[in-house]
Design a protein around this ligand. Structure first.
Ligand code: GLA
Length: 429
């Protein structure tokens, strides 16, 4: 089975690993595999300490980075994300007290415990991070799957609020853990959609399908070209050792439930309505130009981003498949400019990071760069030559801090494996 192949690979890589784990010119899977194993051990040991027994199930689900195709998943476009080597891991076990009607979750990252009711409610009773879990449990229960009382410990190395889908990783890890506990395996698209519903109905964030699909379907060595109408994924191989994906966190917190995201969604919907078309996929730049007088300036600008970004994403998937890195890079810069000027979801710090990348340029090893995720802070993604990664990272972080006074942080990731059970029925999977 594919998961076993990947685990064997990670173990063989670990056995070969040496002390230079922080050197980015080494295959990042070395570092990622070690971090994954450590996180798993930490979560399991925390479970034993808190609950005095072994967890019977351990589940993992990754965050994601989107290479291109931003704010077009809810506009019927295509997106090109990959799962990243950063995970939420949950260790859990059912609880013998049959009278209990809640699940206890302990977050080892923030050292906080919360009790989550087990039921089919249609809205949150919990606050904070408990809402995501409550939404997934409610989705399971309302789908007719019995969930018994349980205890769980969560650990994560997906940066929070960084636009790398830490919440989708939490939802998908919860759903995967529940599959292990209940023995009921959901169809993969059904699982992603259940998690998206949890985000809509319990966290109040009207997201598209990209984050949950990426966390469920991620595959090592593959980007995912996701068709947001048919929900089909075409994989785009990305195994080139000489080219790397560097993720730089502006460390400006991104808060998407703040209303800006929903407002952009509304502007796209009202523009489409005025164009009298049912899908952005059918809209051409000519259609937009002819409708200009009927659209507000914001609607027109949002529409221009959507139409051009759909085209850029398809072009980028083709350029990736052909190894045309400089072309991918130019498309990434154009995407950023469109998000900055037309869609207006960037911020000064993200713009500074992308500009610094551009200044380093191809001569310095950088092919291209753009903001990634919902925006208003969070991360940028850079495509670059692997052997320049250490030097480029250093330059970016130093100049960013000099210019903004904010310390950034960064890491490299290869496309990673999606959600999976590491342990079920008390045994390693
Ligand atoms: C957030 C949402 C996604 C997507 C991106 C922007 O991450 O959760 O559905 O819309 O923003 O591309």
């Amino acid at each position: 089975m594919i998961i076993n192949r990947v685990r064997k690979y990670l173990l063989s890589v670990l056995q070969k690993s040496d002390s230079s784990l922080t050197d980015l010119s080494h295959p990042t899977s070395l570092l990622a595999a070690e971090q994954f194993m450590k996180l798993r051990q930490h979560v399991e040991s925390e479970f034993r300490t808190r609950f005095g027994r072994e967890p019977s199930v351990v589940a993992a689900a990754p965050g994601r980075v989107n290479l291109i195709g931003e704010h077009i998943d809810y506009n019927n476009g295509f997106v090109l994300p990959m799962a990243i080597e950063r995970y939420v891991i949950i260790a859990a076990d059912s609880c013998s007290d049959s009278s209990r009607d809640y699940a206890t979750f302990f977050s080892s990252s923030i050292q906080e415990s919360t009790d989550i009711p087990i039921g089919a409610s249609s809205g949150p009773t919990c606050s904070g991070w408990g809402r995501y879990i409550e939404g997934v449990i409610a989705g399971f229960v309302s789908g007719g799957h019995d969930v018994s009382a349980l205890d769980a410990v969560i650990g994560s190395n997906v940066p929070n609020g960084g636009g790398l889908s830490s919440s989708a990783a939490l939802e998908v890890a919860t759903a995967t853990m529940l599959e292990g506990i209940t023995g009921h395996q959901l169809e993969a698209p059904e699982k992603a959609l259940l998690c998206q519903r949890a985000e809509h109905e319990f966290a109040g964030m009207p997201c598209g399908i990209m984050d949950q699909f990426s966390s469920v379907f991620g595959m090592p060595g593959e980007l995912m070209l996701l068709d947001c109408i048919s929900q089909e994924i075409q994989t785009v191989p990305f195994r080139e050792e000489d080219v790397a994906v560097l993720i730089t966190n502006s460390n400006i917190k991104h808060e998407l439930t703040g209303g800006e995201y929903a407002e952009r969604r509304r502007q796209c919907e009202s523009a489409l309505k005025k164009l009298s078309l049912s899908s952005w996929r059918d809209v051409t730049s000519g259609d937009l130009d002819s409708a200009r007088g009927r659209l507000t300036d914001d609607e027109f600008a949002c529409g221009r981003h959507v139409v051009t970004e759909i085209a850029r994403t398809l072009d980028a998937a083709e350029a990736f498949a052909k190894g045309q890195w400089a072309s991918v890079g130019e498309l990434m810069y154009s995407s950023h400019e469109s998000l900055q000027k037309d869609f207006r979801v960037s911020c000064a710090e993200l713009d500074a990071l992308v500009r610094i990348n551009r200044e380093i340029g191809i001569e310095g090893g950088v092919y291209g760069s753009r903001m990634t995720g919902g925006g208003f802070g969070g991360c940028i993604v850079t495509l670059l030559q692997s052997d320049c990664a250490n030097e480029v990272r250093e330059k970016i972080l130093t100049q960013y801090e000099n210019e903004t006074g904010v310390a950034g942080s960064s890491f490299v990731s290869r496309p990673a494996l999606g959600a999976h059970l590491i342990k079920r029925n008390g045994n390693d999977n």
